[in-house]
Ligand binder design. Structure first.
Ligand code: RIB
Ligand code: CA
Length: 317
């Protein structure tokens, strides 16, 4: 069976790093490149973190492209309270050998999509600035995007304001451009990612895997779960971003419902909210498949299997 081609746009970020573990070494996937977005931390940090993780995992041949350093319109928003000053606080990495490519992420997205057969899924797990800018710079890529799968938004409440989730709030205009591009969209929001909480028993389970990836997972979760508990009081941090990749590996992992979704660009207290018309009140066509449930045990099985695939690989062996 042909591998699913994907470009992964992310803002590593602890949960992005776990998503990268799945994206970079799954037999079902062909990761064409990683594009770094400014989000959890500044672009300098997120691009370096993507390189660091791929090098650690022994997958440094996968190219990383640095993208836009700022949102399209609003002021920059970061999440150092969760991810720390480096954006990947916790793990201690060896000296970095891998560098980002000289080509800008937006140029890479345009070049790769235009030259494709329309068989590339674009996964985003940070602010959607890079993809939005590519769509604005070269609208012809729209028809070449097989599907946009994003971690972002929620049809309930937010995690930065009562209304808005971080990835959308950090660049609402970019999210609007992507949601209105006329391409199939799968929205993995907080409604399901808050069901995959990385409790201590999950960390202990993954520690038994004993690969470079599992050791990195444990170190990442040590920091991530501590800050999540400090801020939200949860015993386990919600492992948001890997759900996007996991549902490429197992399309039955999440249950989705077609909904008309509009991004609130009002600039008021609901700025950045994903207004999801779950019951069709507006009578408008659906614009996204919104995740409404997830098979939690299956998700953790996919994470464990992903970590096991790194046996004998990477810096951490
Ligand atoms: O709101 C959660 C999202 O914001 C995740 O993608 C996390 O990495 C941050 O980017
Ligand atoms: Ca992220």
């Amino acid at each position: 069976m042909a591998k699913q081609k994907l470009i992964y746009d992310c803002d590593p970020g602890h949960d992005d790093a776990v998503a990268l573990m799945l994206a970079a070494n799954s037999p079902e996937l062909e990761l064409l490149g990683v594009t770094a977005a400014s989000g959890n931390q500044t672009l300098e940090n997120t691009a370096r973190n993507a390189c660091q993780v791929l090098q650690w995992l022994g997958r440094e041949e996968i190219p990383v492209y640095a993208g836009c350093g700022r949102p399209m319109v609003r002021e920059q928003l970061t999440a150092g309270d969760i991810h720390g000053k480096t954006g990947l606080d916790g793990p201690v990495f060896p000296p970095l050998r891998k560098a980002a490519e000289p080509e800008h992420a937006v140029a890479f997205l345009i070049r790769t999509l235009l030259n494709s057969a329309g068989d590339i899924v674009v996964v985003t797990s940070g602010p959607m600035t890079n993809l939005a800018m590519a769509l604005r710079l070269e609208p012809r890529i729209g028809e070449k995007i097989q599907r946009i799968v994003l971690m972002g938004g929620s049809y309930s409440n937010g995690n930065v304001t009562p209304a808005a989730e971080f990835n959308i709030l950090a660049d609402p205009e970019a999210a609007h451009v992507c949601f209105t591009a006329g391409r199939p969209v799968t929205m993995i929001g907080l409604d399901v990612t808050r069901k995959v909480l990385c409790y201590p028993d999950i960390v202990a389970r993954m520690a038994q895997v004993n690969t470079s990836a599992s050791r990195l997972f444990v170190d990442l979760m040590g920091h991530f779960c501590r800050t999540q508990k400090e801020i939200y009081g949860w015993e386990g941090g919600p492992l948001h971003d890997p759900v996007t990749i996991a549902c490429l590996l197992d399309p039955d992992l999440v249950v989705t419902k077609p909904m008309h979704v509009e991004i609130d660009l009002s600039g008021g207290p609901s700025y950045g909210r994903t207004n999801c018309d779950a019951f069709g009140y507006l009578g408008l066509p659906a614009t996204a498949d919104v995740a409404v449930d997830i098979d939690v045990p299956r998700f953790w099985d996919l994470i464990e299997a992903g970590l096991r695939r790194y046996a004998g690989m990477g810096d951490g062996i």
